[in-house]
Write a protein that binds this ligand. Structure first.
Ligand SMILES: Nc1ncnc2c1ncn2[C@@H]1O[C@H](COP(=O)(O)OP(=O)(O)OP(=O)(O)O)[C@@H](O)[C@H]1O
Ligand SMILES: Nc1ncnc2c1ncn2[C@@H]1O[C@H](COP(=O)(O)OP(=O)(O)OP(=O)(O)O)[C@@H](O)[C@H]1O
Ligand SMILES: [Mg+2]
Ligand SMILES: [Mg+2]
Lengths: 255, 255
């Protein structure tokens, strides 16, 4: 059974793309077959695996328009066991073009359902907005990972993010579960420590135990087209994303 | 003559809101009358001035729907000389509702043109996306400030941001000028120093000389409802945003 995971938060710059890339890498390292899907018109996930988004002839846009299958547009990457469905800037137009078409929220879920179970995990990187593309990802997902930065604005964005989860559960995906992941954590920051306490107090068991701390090597890995577990395997960030991968596997098998 | 400035970048988390708040504060400190406009459904600018977005009865959404004037929805803040046009979550719907209506891109510009010149500066905080709301801001602006983080993904997002500027100049706003602002700069980071060199080499005179460095007090200021120049006036970040305000004034008067 393929586990489908969305990585989403409309707050910008909280490490959605970094988490999708790093978690994907950590899962393939453990021998799982993984597909990562880039749903952001910025196409940073595509970029971070060494591709040039402007050169992608077939992207996820065609899957959402029901012109191509997932398998037809997916590509192998330089990481064994990690395939990519690329994105490009044209996704910007799709966000409006899809809106209002009957059943537009189910396009991605239906496309994934048509695939034979080639992968153990499918990870989807979402843009920092609440548009039709993010709705598609939340409708298709079994688990939603919400990366959270322990800062004032990011803390406040959680409320509307969880309102969206409630809405999605009522309308299109009653089985959707979510977990918060604390990212870019700086132990020296008083604000980070205070907000972390609030996150644990308010969300308790919905928060992954693994915390991803700030790490300079994470900033370098996308320029090398590799997840941090392959680019800098002995670093703290690589260890933390490996620990996250184990927690994700445990969460999904405990259904 | 009121100077209209948009603060936009579809890359998330690069300090758009922080810059709008801090620059607005630094300009009022110099005696200018300033209006800040929150165009993000996350409503973080509204939040950072001490308001609760869910309690806002009148927001910028009504201005874009031509139901209310700017003056009717604007509110005074606890900072003398700094008024706010608030936002709320309902802006999410507006992004789709506006699309396709004839002349939808000009709604904000027309609303600002109808105002008598009460303010010296109008600053608009944009969401991390290319939707109809950001198009409205870029169509209305004389100057676009693009906050840039010196990291791999943010560097790559600049290309599509500048393609958008070219498009806006051709279609709706031929006088639009832009400047890059380096934000959240960490002098200890090798990646930051390398990307900064590229930014200066490629964009040279289009980059503000002022660089905003990483500063813990910046993270604290929104929780106190104040721009950093009022919350922590003696800090490096406050000095840097004051220097930016002077550069912005010089840039606009040198038309
Ligand atoms: N643990 C970490 N330590 C240091 N830097 C990090 C870490 N995680 C992410 N970053 C850096 O922070 C920046 C923001 O991360 P990223 O782009 O992955 O966030 P995002 O949520 O995908 O952003 P967007 O909202 O634009 O899609 C990137 O430059 C990334 O390299
Ligand atoms: N110079 C700085 N030093 C330290 N922290 C900063 C600095 N500038 C911004 N921040 C913090 O970084 C985070 C991101 O900044 P901010 O929310 O202003 O970015 P944004 O571009 O408006 O994000 P979004 O794309 O979600 O609208 C915030 O928590 C903010 O407090
Ligand atoms: Mg991203
Ligand atoms: Mg913002």
């Amino acid at each position: 059974m393929t586990a489908v995971i969305a990585i989403a938060n409309h707050k910008g710059g909280v490490a959605k793309t970094t988490t999708c890339l790093s978690l994907g890498g950590a899962l393939t390292e453990q021998g799982f077959q993984v597909l990562v899907v880039d749903l952001d018109p910025q196409a940073h996930l595509t970029l971070s695996l060494g591709f040039r988004p402007e050169e992608m002839r077939h992207t996820v846009a065609e899957v959402l328009l029901e012109q191509q299958s997932i398998v037809a547009v997916s590509r192998e990457t330089q990481v064994a066991g990690l395939d990519l469905v690329p994105a490009s800037g044209e996704l910007v137009i799709l966000d409006k073009a899809l809106y209002g078409r009957p059943g537009y929220e189910f396009r991605l879920r239906e496309a994934l359902a048509r695939m034979s179970p080639l992968y153990d995990f499918i990870l989807m990187d979402c843009p920092p907005s609440f548009g039709t593309i993010t709705l598609n990802a939340l409708t298709a997902a079994h688990l939603l990972v919400i990366p959270v930065q322990c800062e004032y604005y990011a803390w406040h964005s959680l409320r509307s993010m969880l309102e969206l989860v409630t809405l999605i559960r009522e309308k299109t995906n009653p089985i959707l579960r979510y977990r918060l992941l604390v990212t870019m954590f700086d132990v020296r920051s008083r604000v980070h420590r205070l907000v972390l306490e609030q996150v644990h107090r308010v969300f308790s068991s919905a928060v992954f135990r693994t915390i991803i701390q700030v790490d300079a090597r994470i900033r370098e890995s996308p320029a090398h087209g590799l997840p941090v577990v392959y680019y800098a395997p002995k670093t703290r960030a690589a260890m933390q994303y490996r620990a996250l991968a184990e927690e994700v596997v445990a969460t999904l098998s405990s259904a």
